[in-house]
Write a protein of this length. Sequence first.
Lengths: 86, 210
Amino acid sequence: MALTITCPICGKRNGYEFRYGGEEKGPRPDEKDLTPESWCDYVHMNQCVAGVQQEWWFHRDGCGSWFTIFRDTTTNLEKETPEAKE
Amino acid sequence: MKDIKRHSAVAFKATPLKNQTYGDWDVVLEYHGEGDGPWLVDLSHRTRLDLQSADLAAKKPFGITIPEVYCQSVLEKGVLINRMNRIQASIYHLDGQSMDTPKEKEYTDVTEATIFVAIFGSNVFSICEKLSALDFIGADKQTPFLFQGPFSHVPCQIVTLGREAEKSGVVLTCSRGYGKHMIDGILHAGEEFGLKPAGEKRFADWINSL
């Protein structure tokens, strides 16, 4: 099924209007005691969840806003909450 | 000192019948063989402003209140104001004499960065449907309203000003660099519906009828 994404400004749109921005990983780690390894993990390592995950999207062809949605990676369908089930 | 001469990125293969100088622009008021509609009009000489402020509610450009709802527009005194997001609104000058840019730093004149065209008359939405998946009729919305999205695969701002039969129409802006190919695409899509280039007089009649 084609992916649709709900932009907070423009509403529900075709997924091709957006650019994927990666998994939501929480706030940037505190620079105090930050090691190269932990920074590398933060930047490059992903959870690759088989299920519902929170992720960033950019409305490239529309309003230009960045936002997060919840998407089920097994069905490629947007979910309203992380607990949403089929 | 040489006089500044500005040129639109939009060029029609039609014969102008009446021209008028509008500031530094040479504007066609009427073309030969405009037909019965729908029409495509180049409005690139008309002023477009970008307004950015953390407190948009406090701004009243040209005495007009900016809509609170995102993607809602308002047309008053010949000025169209479109709410883009929390902090931004676009302002188009559609009717009347030239519009002066307000002196405040929140306003940026983007007239020369974009093209600006109007498509109006019968079958407008059938033409738009061939170029974009967006629903420009927006039956659940109150006209005028704004779309920020792809039109002919180009990121655009498109505002539906009317959706009733002969009065239906949209205005569209996109980056100036896409101008030539955007116009070619629109004219090609509108060929089967009789879309013809028209002068600004035709646009003024339409705006005044809304």
